[in-house]
Design a protein around this ligand. Structure first.
Ligand code: ZN
Length: 174
């Protein structure tokens, strides 16, 4: 298990479409482990493989609270089968877009089909936070980010702001 560096905007890889997995082998299992430790280390509730630079359709989520037992779910080749009509709104952040939160409306309920880390086909009905989290992560697999919900002007502004922060990584106050 290795904690990986999380890729942030404006890295072009985040816009790419990830490829389906044919078989879950040693590499995919290691990738799932790396995704979990990287996500927990960053205090995130979801992470897609592309965010650590690997264009495979794999993502992990865990929406449990700090005082609860972990509820890790790894989803390989996830496909949304149904979206409910009711909507819910969350202020969403993204580990690939530091210090940015955007209110996004998404279907409150979704049904997702995927393969788990053992290669078994699963079907998961998600509601509320889990539903939003999984939709957010599946967007990553298709190269879509939360800033794509904004106007071009606002999007450019956020990317510029983050690029500036990145250029001064050694700034210290003593
Ligand atoms: Zn994200």
């Amino acid at each position: 298990m290795t904690i990986k560096e999380i890729i942030t905007v404006p890295d072009e890889i985040l816009k790419k479409v990830s490829q389906p997995i044919e078989k879950i082998g040693v590499n995919e299992k290691k990738l799932i482990d790396d995704l979990f430790v990287t996500m927990y280390n960053a205090n995130g509730i979801g992470l897609a493989a592309v965010q650590i630079g690997i264009l495979k359709r794999i993502l992990v989520v865990d929406i449990s609270n700090k005082d609860e037992k972990n509820q890790p779910i790894a989803l390989v080749n996830p496909v949304i089968k149904k979206l409910g009509d009711d909507k819910s709104v969350y202020e969403e952040g993204c580990l690939s877009i530091p210090e940015t939160f955007i209110e996004i409306e998404r279907p409150k309920i979704c049904e997702v089909e995927y393969i788990d880390e053992k290669g078994e086909k699963k079907n998961l009905k998600c509601d509320g936070l889990l539903s939003t989290c999984i939709q957010h992560e599946i967007n990553h697999l298709d190269g879509k980010l939360i800033i794509d919900h904004l106007s071009k002007l606002k999007k450019d502004f956020i990317i510029k702001k983050i690029s500036k922060i990145k250029k001064n990584p050694d700034r210290i106050v003593v």
